[in-house]
Design a protein around this ligand. Structure first.
Ligand code: GLN
Length: 378
């Protein structure tokens, strides 16, 4: 068989989490909380199971969950989305992204992707016959150079992929970026795929500029979200995609033959849990405090933090410690010092290495304290 992804190995998250487990290291690599979700949420899912909600859900998701999402979207972004035709529940954010690409990328279509890029984006485009067109973010701010983007547009450019707040860098799109994007999308009739799974994790008085807020962009967009990030349940693999009806109609044609529908009791539980907005409105303050605590602890080490205004990741430079490659450095740190992180070069196709590593701070304070103590020795 000819591989469709000949240059792809095992995802860095699996590799580093396995290495962390093997060496009993504190795992600040793969992004997931080491604390549990709210008891109420579990009870609501269990209640749904007890009530017999254990068969296939409707293909697009149960109506009450889609209605709750529409209400949340209106409260957060003042945008009215139709729960009947514009929201589809998915098994996680990664699936929501893949399905959007599979829906509209034809062989030979070019897709603008910014690097460092979340590791599934490029393989998702390749597997669907598309051509990733890579645009580096500026270093060390990780901002978009719009001039460079414009220079990469061709007659084959079909889509531009965005991620705000950004994984792995924590940078966020500004109002100016949105204006640039609007001009570009209008001029070249592009589709937008906006990965906004960290929508509530924005700090330092900044604001999340969801594509949903801008009607002239939303018209051409798929916007993807994750319950895992918002409610500390990454293992449930629950998310959703929002797109205007004419795009969502096509999206559902693909979705119905990929997984058909998403597990039912969790949808009921999440629908009820969303009725209390504080369940997600308190999230920015919660993670802001964790980010600041982690930075305070790390101030006692020789790592240098880069600015991070969103997500639950903090990038650090280690140029005062070593000139090893980031891959070698993260492997050695896991083995010798017992703390696992992610080398940022893993998010570049060509392995570009700025000697920067990513830590996930979605951890209990004790975990962060222990990790920082170990890192003091590095
Ligand atoms: N999104 C998570 C991260 O960036 C990992 C998800 C995964 O393991 N595929 O760490």
């Amino acid at each position: 068989m000819i591989s469709k992804l000949p240059h792809v190995g095992t995802t860095i998250f699996t590799v580093m989490s396995a290495l962390a487990a093997e060496h009993k290291a504190i795992n600040l690599s793969q992004g997931f909380p080491d604390f549990d979700c709210d008891e109420t949420l579990k009870e609501l899912v269990y209640a749904a199971m007890q009530q017999g909600h254990n068969q296939y859900a409707p293909m697009a998701g149960i109506p009450s969950l889609r209605e709750a999402i529409a209400e949340k979207v209106y409260n957060a972004y003042r945008q009215t989305v139709n729960p009947g035709t514009e929201i589809t529940i998915t098994p996680g954010g990664t699936y929501a992204i893949f399905t959007a690409i599979a829906t509209c990328i034809q062989p030979g279509d070019e897709v603008i992707i910014f690097e460092p890029a979340y590791d599934s984006y490029i393989p998702n485009v390749l597997v669907n016959g598309g051509v990733p067109v890579l645009v580096p973010l500026t270093f060390p701010e990780y901002r978009i150079n719009w001039e460079l983007v414009r220079s990469k547009i061709t007659a084959r450019t079909r889509m531009i992929m965005l991620n705000t707040p950004h994984n792995p860098t924590g940078s966020i799109l500004t109002e100016t970026d949105i204006r640039e994007l609007e001009r570009l999308v209008a001029a070249h009739n592009l589709l937008v795929l906006s990965d906004e799974v960290y929508e509530h994790l924005v700090y330092d008085g900044r604001q999340h500029h969801s594509i949903l807020k801008y009607p002239n962009l939303f018209r051409n967009s798929f916007v993807t979200f994750s319950f895992g990030k918002v409610f500390h349940v990454t293992g449930w693999k629950m998310g959703y995609c929002i797109a205007p009806a004419h795009l969502m109609q096509e999206y559902r044609k693909v979705h119905q033959y990929l997984c058909f529908s998403v597990n039912t009791p969790m949808q009921y539980g999440l629908a009820r849990f969303l009725e209390t907005p504080s369940h997600y409105l308190l999230l920015p303050a919660f993670y802001h405090e964790k980010r600041d605590y982690f930075l305070q602890l790390m101030a006692g080490t020789r790592f240098t933090p880069l600015p991070c205004h969103g997500s639950y990741f903090q990038l650090m430079r280690y140029d005062q410690i070593s000139d090893e490659s980031d891959k070698d450095f993260t492997i050695r740190m896991t083995k010798e010092f017992g703390v696992a992180s992610i080398p940022v070069s893993a998010f570049y196709q060509n392995g570009h290495d700025d000697h920067v590593i990513r830590f996930c701070f979605a951890k209990r304070n004790e975990t962060l304290e222990q990790a920082a103590e170990r890192l003091t020795g590095v």
